[in-house]
Write a protein that binds this ligand. Structure first.
Ligand SMILES: CC(C)(COP(=O)(O)OP(=O)(O)OC[C@H]1O[C@@H](n2cnc3c(N)ncnc32)[C@H](O)[C@@H]1OP(=O)(O)O)[C@@H](O)C(=O)NCCC(=O)NCCS
Length: 326
């Protein structure tokens, strides 16, 4: 079977057929998870992960029908060797080589763009995706847990955590205050100390220019990025970040949390995350749950999340391989 594979504009994609594809994938691969709504699928098409740079998007069609989709992002600022990819094939059309052909078509473009490695950040263990990845020569380079906090199930008293003496917490939405932006960019590099496994993703070169560029990109995509920073002597020494997407008003994404090495061991991580949860529940009543992802090796952060009310829902692998030879 030769599918018709094309590089297309995800923003112009037909929502109905992509929703149908993702509903079928959800029924086949994630029967215990709520099926994606139209808004979820629209959010995926409209809002690539802006931290991961430009996105390229391919579709595969068989007799005109949408059979699969492939997204590749091209991160910058130190990750020019890498492309983060995602692919799905309709369950009724699997094992006919469509996934392989999507991967090969995309790989040739990604190589032309100078990328050397393709990485998938979420592959469920023991799934068709894991078997496909193994058959295509990907290897597991890290394992993470997906954690979810349901506000209706958590006693807010667990977020009653004050910052340790000598630190104050500063909150902002969107744009870091000018007097803090330099130390904020520096503190963002501290995420590089989290256990990376053998992932090919390197801690980006965090500069004020990167911070400001991404803040503008969130704004452009309508993403509300909230930051709680720990400040000592007017310098940011730690931070936690959370995203609210306009198309997913019920679900917030807890992103990076990092504390500079010299300030660890005082409970800043927990105090900042607790402050974030108090903030969200105080002024965003529509948010019903928060998800986050944490490397299995980062037991400390997974434990902090448990104390704050997150439950571990699933484990998944990060896999990668060289683009050469595909
Ligand atoms: C992963 C996925 C995209 C594969 O699509 P596909 O079109 O069925 O893949 P292909 O037909 O090109 O499979 C290529 C090879 O992978 C292996 N493979 C794929 N699915 C498999 C399965 N369910 N069980 C065992 N091996 C499998 C086989 O070796 C297969 O070759 P073969 O059929 O000649 O034996 C599809 O299963 C899917 O959408 N899964 C959910 C999303 C996902 O997990 N994506 C992440 C992928 S890393």
């Amino acid at each position: 079977m030769t599918p018709d594979i094309r590089l297309v504009d995800a923003f112009a994609a037909d929502l109905d057929e992509h929703h149908e594809l993702h509903l079928a994938v959800s029924r086949a691969d994630y029967p215990n998870v709520a099926p994606p709504t139209r808004e979820t699928v629209l959010a995926r098409l409209r809002d690539p992960d802006v931290d991961l740079g430009e996105r390229l998007f391919w579709t595969a069609r068989v007799d005109g029908r949408l059979a699969g989709a492939f997204a590749a992002q091209l991160p910058v600022d130190g990750n020019e060797h890498l492309s983060m990819i995602r692919l799905v094939v309709h369950p009724e059309l699997r094992r006919r080589g469509i996934g392989t052909q999507l991967l090969r078509t995309a790989a040739s473009v990604l190589r032309q763009r100078g990328r050397l490695i393709a990485e998938v950040s979420r592959v469920e263990s023991n799934s068709p995706g894991a078997r496909f990845a193994a058959a295509l020569g990907f290897r597991t380079v890290n394992t993470s847990v997906f954690q979810l906090l349901e506000f209706a199930e958590v006693d807010p008293a667990v977020w009653d955590v004050s910052p340790p003496a000598g630190y104050r917490l500063v909150r902002w939405i969107g744009r870091a205050p000018d007097h803090l932006v330099e130390s904020y960019a520096r503190a963002r590099r501290a995420i590089g100390d989290a256990p990376p496994g053998e992932s090919a993703f390197r801690t980006p070169d965090w500069t004020v220019a990167r911070v400001r560029r991404l803040e503008a990109a969130y704004l452009e995509h309508g993403i509300e990025r909230r930051v709680v920073a720990a400040v000592a002597d007017d310098q940011v020494v730690g931070l936690t970040e959370l995203d609210l997407q306009p198309l997913r008003p019920d679900l917030a994404a807890q992103r990076d949390t990092a504390v500079l090495a010299a300030h660890r061991g005082h409970g800043l991580g927990q105090a900042m995350k607790a402050s974030m949860l108090r903030w969200i529940t105080a002024d965003k009543p529509d948010v019903q749950r928060v998800w986050t992802s944490t490397a299995v090796a980062n037991q400390y952060m997974a434990d902090v999340n448990h104390r704050l009310g997150f439950a571990t829902v699933r484990r998944y692998s990060v896999v990668n391989r060289e683009l050469a030879g595909l």
